[in-house]
Design a protein around this ligand. Sequence first.
Ligand SMILES: Cc1ncc(COP(=O)(O)O)c(C=O)c1O
Length: 388
Amino acid sequence: MRIPFSKVSCNGNELKYIKEVIDSGWLTTASKARSFEEKVAEYVGAKYACAVNSCTAALHLALEAMGISEGDKVFVPDMTFTASAEVIRYLGGHPVFLDVEYGTCLITPEILENAIVKHPDVKTLVVVHFGGHAAEMYNQQGNGIVDICKRNHIQIIEDAAHAFPSQLGDKYVGNLGDVTCFSFYANKTITTGEGGMLVTNNEEIYKRANTMRLHGINRDVWGRFTTDSASWEYDVIAPGYKYNMPDINAAIGLAQLEKAESMREKRQKVVEFYYDELKDVDLLDLPVSKVPFKHHSWHIFHLVLSPDAPISRNELINKLAKEGIGTSVHYKPLHHMTYYREKYNLIKEDYPTSEQIWQNNFSLPLYPDLQLEECRVVCDSLKQSLGV
Ligand SMILES: Cc1ncc(COP(=O)(O)O)c(C=O)c1O
């Protein structure tokens, strides 16, 4: 691809910190992971952080720590990646899929309130901050998602795979609700290659997640080998998982974190260019941002093609690919996925907005090192393909 859809930006202290790990002789979880946790917690203003090997792992640990078990129902958006919902099934729970808002692809307070009336037995919600746009957790009317959940005794898990760093008002995502899960997968806004982080202000959730991420052992591995007490003196208090983040990955994360805001600013410049160039193209619906641009992590620039366009979404994607321009689709909604559709008898009529989005959605290249001349090539090719 001349202009790939996604490209990692590793031009800071990544190699330096990786070398420090290799020189230390200790390649798995140790001081770099600890330091990465402290710095991420400090960045978002949360008390505790738990570094793990994926956002999926963080979501699983969060649900487990919040007590989700066999038969529990959990609200989750239909327009998301399967990880947001599959973790509910890991614990024997059942996702209850919610349609999303056109333009933001988010669950709104209104969507949630209607869902509560229909499903009063659901007591947990997974919110996805789609594309990096923080969902309306709070608002001036005191009727944000957090307020509604408090009134209805619903616990919230934030899937912030796209949202580092994103803000709602003066607070960062990671310090808005009970527990938040970030992804540091290779294509995310900051990366560790593979990795994730659970952050919370709740000590009990933190302690449980911290224990369960490493086999349910009541001492961390590094602690076992760096203190005077016997390394074999540990207890297993539950059948935990193997989800810890190795120091090699944390080393990359520490270097990425140093550039998190400058990389975000570069992505914002790309987005501003796209809005400027494409705002008058009637055949395209651009993403709606209800938060200031500088509060948005801009992981994805997500558009919807008009059904009146002279070519279909798939033809457009193929045409751009032939010209060397990578695009993607976020997402094929979960009600279309065989497993969820068959298990829960899902029908598209119940998800009219995500169905409408899915028929024509696509995402443009967006990464810090994308040059504005390249953005111009993307926009020119797109407009030419649409005959405008
Ligand atoms: C919304 C959402 N949630 C969760 C995940 C899972 O992240 P990870 O690959 O770090 O497990 C992704 C990955 O792309 C995602 O897009």
